[in-house]
Design a binder for this molecule. Structure first.
Ligand code: ATP
Length: 197
């Protein structure tokens, strides 16, 4: 069973494209969603984060994203330590999930992650799809979707690879600047994954 990565900058349309793959019957692992779940539910992970950030990392058993974000925003070492705890836990969870998909006889899975290359989550994957869209379009989409400011989105963009950097590392490129149907583009990649070795 192949493991395929799906990445792209904020607002590029990863989740939209992941949903299309799901309608084609492909199992999709949403790394950001699963990481959030693990941080709240995995006891070992919780204890490691409390050791690193103190009891305030959780409030009434719920992860205090705001508290931790404020700490790591100013401290690159703490951010690296946070990543060194969370990323391997997600990786292990993804591997177990893939074993289950393999047993079900799936031909390939998709691992969706915004910072796939930046976090090293591309390791062990067979191929990677990158979704591209012009920065202005992405900003407009995210402002509409999340009701946040342009500056907040630009800060996120500045912490991610550029479309060019991601594209140079990817095997498949999907342009999602709008104006064209996505389904034929996704179908083409789907067919290629199924038929290529
Ligand atoms: P993030 O990294 O923030 O999770 P994402 O890459 O997963 O973002 P989506 O959530 O799929 O991006 O798309 C961002 C927004 O843009 C969504 O509201 C989505 O409905 C919209 N969108 C995506 N693709 C298109 C398109 N081709 N035309 C119009 N709107 C689109």
């Amino acid at each position: 069973m192949k493991k395929i990565g799906l990445t792209g900058g904020i607002g590029s349309g990863k989740s939209t494209i992941a949903k299309i793959f799901q309608t084609l019957g492909v199992p999709v692992y949403d790394s950001d969603k699963e990481a959030k779940k693990l941080i709240n539910e995995d006891e070992q992970l919780k204890q490691s984060l409390i050791l690193l950030f103190g009891e305030e990392a959780y409030s009434n058993g719920e992860y205090s994203r705001k508290f931790v974000s404020q700490l790591v925003f100013k401290n690159k070492e703490k951010l690296a330590e946070l990543n060194a705890i969370v990323h391997p836990a997600v990786r292990k969870h993804f591997d177990n999930w893939c074993d289950e998909q393999n047993k079900k006889g799936e031909r390939y899975t998709i691992k969706e992650a915004a910072i796939l290359f930046e976090s090293g989550a591309n390791e062990g994957l067979d191929k990677v799809i990158t979704v591209n869209a012009q920065e202005e379009i992405r900003i407009k989409r995210v402002m509409l979707r999340d009701n946040i400011s342009k500056i907040q989105i630009e800060n996120r963009i500045n912490n991610q690879l550029t479309d060019e950097e991601r594209s140079s590392k990817a095997d498949y490129l999907i342009d999602n600047s709008g104006g064209e149907l996505l389904m034929p583009k996704v179908l083409e990649v789907h067919q290629n994954i199924l038929t290529s070795s």
